[in-house]
Design a protein around this ligand. Structure first.
Ligand SMILES: Nc1nc2c(ncn2[C@@H]2O[C@H](COP(=O)(O)OP(=O)(O)O)[C@@H](O)[C@H]2O)c(=O)[nH]1
Ligand SMILES: [Mg+2]
Length: 232
């Protein structure tokens, strides 16, 4: 009986994911026709996603036209932190659902005014499991690993790291006091995500942010590449 049950659960999940994939493709087509580049940011709770976004919105204000969709299980605290930085922000409160899906993102996107014409950033619900399976129609998936989490996390959560084009090692300003083993962390990331581009940075001090901006600029659609996103 339990085997049968297990079989049924699996089939329902496949159906849900199939539906999500269709909606994600629709989002992708919409984002492409709007000319907006979409970044999906994933990590454990507390790795520094919102702090990273706060700094991006501040540093790139006036250079890129951005918008943010932020997902949380409860509260709109993150949206409050991200407001008044010159970009529209919409909070999705999932009420217990552990990931964002393509439908939620599509509806939230419609509420962003003005429409972000260059860059849409999505802060996903903080966890390294559920969001991994849900394509939102993004162009780039980023997974963040802070120096306080332990160097073995990429090995424990290989699916999410493997799905990322960019891996951020965050909070490097406190790496030393945390006894962070940089070599082990980088080796583990490369083992599960050999093709990902890795950035080591601190959203608090700003160290390493410029390398990320330079890389991001190269990924933007052709018409936006002329924009200078770095100060220098
Ligand atoms: N030292 C240090 N702390 C950071 C950095 N980024 C975030 N934090 C802190 O980490 C905690 C969680 O950050 P938050 O941005 O809310 O993480 P989120 O849950 O992933 O959105 C907060 O206390 C932040 O101040 C960083 O670069 N360096
Ligand atoms: Mg957050």
């Amino acid at each position: 009986v339990s085997e049968q049950m297990g079989h049924r659960v699996l089939r329902i999940e496949e159906a849900v994911l199939g539906k999500n994939d269709q909606l994600a493709e629709r989002n992708r087509a919409r984002f492409k026709s709007d000319g907006v580049f979409v970044l999906n940011v994933l990590s454990s709770p507390g790795s520094g996603k919102t702090t990273f976004l706060e700094r991006m919105l501040t540093d790139l204000n006036g250079k890129l036209q951005m918008g943010v969709i932020v997902g949380d299980l409860e509260t709109d605290n993150d949206a409050k932190r991200l407001r008044d930085k010159g970009a529209p922000v919409t909070q999705i409160t999932t009420g217990g659902i552990c990931h964002l899906d393509a439908d939620m993102v599509s509806k939230a996107y419609e509420t962003l005014t003005p429409r972000p014409s260059d860059l849409l950033i999505i802060e996903n619900v903080g966890n390294l499991v559920c969001p991994a399976s849900y394509d939102l129609g993004e162009d780039m998936r980023m997974v963040m690993l802070s120096v306080t989490e332990g160097e073995d996390k990429p090995l424990k959560y290989p699916v999410v790291f493997h799905s990322a084009q960019v891996v951020i090692v965050s909070k490097v300003d406190i790496a030393e006091v945390c006894g962070f083993d940089r070599d082990a962390a980088l080796t583990n990331i490369r083992r599960v995500a050999p093709n990902a581009t890795i950035f080591e940075l601190s959203a608090r001090t700003g160290l390493g942010m410029d390398d990320w901006y330079t890389y991001l600029k190269e990924k933007l659609p052709e018409q936006r590449k002329a924009v200078s996103v770095n100060d220098g």
